[in-house]
Design a protein around this ligand. Structure first.
Ligand SMILES: Cc1cc2nc3c(=O)[nH]c(=O)nc-3n(C[C@H](O)[C@H](O)[C@H](O)COP(=O)(O)OP(=O)(O)OC[C@H]3O[C@@H](n4cnc5c(N)ncnc54)[C@H](O)[C@@H]3O)c2cc1C
Length: 569
């Protein structure tokens, strides 16, 4: 008999967004279950290095933070959501500090802030270069203290949703593949990002976008999926992140001729132009043959002029990473970097209070999302550095409050044991599959294809090829074979399910990119190099039908204070 557990709220994901919501709900006396496939402290939030934005200093203000964010988004962000987030940022920083997050300080004892790309003021609060980990530890400890019920190493594979209302999830225990139904009045997804679909990426292995595909398979839309952020500075070869803090602290980008090439692309902001601008500049240098001497697919990031003391004090993790994975000491010589798939601006469409949308103007009931898996949309077509830790923490907490309010009017729709059938069939189907295809091969081909055809530069011809290839890969996926058929910590099984998710949401990225015949923020079409506000100042909403075909429609962008202008740096 499959067990059915009841709570008021089920939260999927134990990164900053999931835990912030859980803590607030439990504080208000609600019964909450948090499910996570990782130990909470292994969530990708813990890998964030650079910082978290808030207009704290004397010469900064909320309106400026808001403007920078909207300009950075290439005017696709919803301005009401941006205003909410930026105005609550200082309070959010004080909150997490009071919960135990230790920030680096200025001489006078106030919280130190470093410059980040596209920001008019130094605005990123940080804990050396391990900001995400320090914040995650603080919120996790608070959750433990409050007695939040966290079930780690549980893999959520399905959502209980009747076409209008959500009433739980179906999951299995990774230890022994035991299934269970988690029935609840409200369900929140905080499953994080999904850049693992790309070969060169900065994301944790777990960032396979499960939450998005689970929603898409229910016929729910995904928003703005074509906007994938390529971070300018991933370590050459691996894509492991060298945080923007490296440029924030004064790092220079150089080509094979020793030229600080950013002066050609963003003469004013130079290395601290927004990520889309810097990534394209790096890729252009590489494509035009000015890549590094040691590796023509990379350029140099030079930090040597900062001196060993400052690097040790401000960037100790980065130095370690470059030493371990590149064998280079950044205090002594320039390191090699190139653009890496990093962050997903798009995701599960939600309104400003985290309610999941079932179309541009209709909401579901009892279903919520926050953090990187959601699209609220505060980042529009391009996120500014240090705005997503803020998004995860602030909206996680905010949506927790919203759920707490909504619970008064939400009733429990009882789950039945047949509700687990979809997941049980999926698991058994994969375990018993006896085809000829290898999961790892299909994944590698997918990642290679997404990087070369749906990467920094896109055009119709290669996008059409990508669409065809994904169809083939999805067909081949039906013919896989696993070697491990056991039920104990079967990572083969998990990776197969995750690959299914990656294939599904990649189809959304490709379809969104094909249909958006303009260049905006992180989405750059060589065949349509200009932004086209007349036709495309709108959000993409895409839906998948039973045959796996993805269809696109568009919804409005909320513009309140700032009319779109040309974006120059
Ligand atoms: C290397 C790196 C550095 C970064 N640096 C910065 C920075 O300096 N500043 C900044 O603002 N942003 C930064 N970001 C982005 C930022 O860290 C993330 O956007 C943010 O932390 C996401 O938080 P989250 O809570 O939404 O998701 P995550 O922290 O990714 O958590 C996702 C959770 O979902 C769970 N989960 C997923 N799928 C399932 C499933 N099927 N079943 C059960 N559980 C599941 C996972 O176990 C995990 O607990 C960085 C990102 C990376 C990759």
């Amino acid at each position: 008999m499959i067990p059915i557990y009841e709570s008021d709220v089920v939260i999927v994901g134990a990164g900053l967004a999931g835990l912030a919501a859980a803590r607030e709900l439990v504080k208000s006396g609600k019964k909450v279950t948090v499910l996570t496939k990782l130990h909470p402290l292994r969530s990708h939030s813990g890998a964030a290095q650079g910082g978290v934005n808030a207009a704290l200093s004397e010469d900064d203000d909320v309106e400026l933070h808001m403007f920078d964010t909207i300009k950075g988004s290439d005017y696709l962000a919803d301005q009401d959501a941006v205003e909410l987030m930026c105005s609550k940022a200082p309070e959010t920083i004080r909150w997490i500090e009071h919960l135990g997050c230790v920030f680096s300080r200025r001489e006078d004892g106030r919280i130190a802030q470093r410059p980040f790309g596209g920001q008019s003021r130094p605005r990123a609060c940080f804990s050396k270069d391990r900001t995400g980990l320090v914040m995650l530890n603080a919120i996790y400890e608070q959750c433990v203290k409050e007695g939040v019920n966290i079930l780690d190493e549980w893999y959520v594979a399905d959502l209980l949703y009747d076409g209008n209302k959500a009433y739980g999830v179906v999951a299995y225990n990774l230890r022994d593949t035991t299934p269970a139904i988690f029935n609840a009045k409200a369900v929140m997804f905080a499953t994080g990002g999904y850049a693992r679909a790309f070969k060169i990426n900065s994301n944790a292995h777990a960032n396979t976008g499960d939450g998005l595909s689970i929603f898409a398979r229910k016929g729910l839309p995904l928003e703005d999926m074509e906007f994938v952020q390529f971070h300018p500075t991933g370590l050459a070869g691996s894509g492991i992140l060298m945080s923007e803090a490296a440029r924030g602290e004064g790092g220079h980008l150089l080509n094979s001729e020793g030229e600080r090439f950013m002066k050609k692309y963003a003469p004013e902001k130079m290395e601290l132009a927004p990520r889309d601008v810097v990534s394209r500049a790096i890729m252009k240098e590489i494509l035009e043959g000015r890549g590094a001497k040691e590796d023509k697919f990379a350029v140099y990031l030079d930090l040597t002029h900062l001196g060993e003391e400052k690097i040790k004090e401000r960037l100790p993790e980065l130095r370690d990473l470059a030493l371990t994975f590149l064998g280079r000491d950044m205090a002594k010589e320039p390191i090699l970097i190139s653009a890496t798939a990093h962050y997903s601006m798009g995701g599960i469409p939600v309104d400003i209070n985290g309610h999941v949308k079932k179309s541009p103007n209709e909401l579901t009931e009892g279903l919520y999302a926050a953090g990187e898996c959601a699209c609220v949309s505060v980042h529009g077509a391009n996120r500014l550095g240090a705005n997503s830790l803020l998004e995860a923490l602030f909206f996680g907490r905010w949506v927790g409050w919203q759920i707490n309010k909504d619970l008064d009017s939400l009733s429990l729709k009882e789950a039945k044991k047949e509700d687990a059938d979809f997941m049980l069939n999926e698991v058994e189907g994969i375990l018993n599959s006896n085809g000829s295809e290898r999961v790892a091969n299909i994944r590698e081909e997918l990642q290679e294809m997404m990087t070369t055809k749906v990467g920094v530069f896109r055009e119709e011809k290669t996008l059409l090829e990508a669409k065809e290839e994904i169809k083939n890969l999805r067909e081949r996926f039906k013919n896989i074979k696993l070697d491990d058929k056991s039920k104990t910590y079967n990572t083969d099984l998990q990776e197969a399910i995750e690959l299914g998710h990656m294939l599904d949401y990649s189809a959304f990225i490709i379809e969104g990119a094909l249909n958006r015949k303009e260049s905006r923020g992180a989405h750059f079409r060589e065949d349509y190099p200009k932004r086209d506000d007349e036709n495309y100042l709108k959000h993409t909403y895409a839906y998948m039908d039973e045959n796996g075909e993805v269809k696109v429609e568009y919804g409005d962008v909320k513009i309140t204070k700032f009319e779109p202008q040309e974006r120059k740096y």
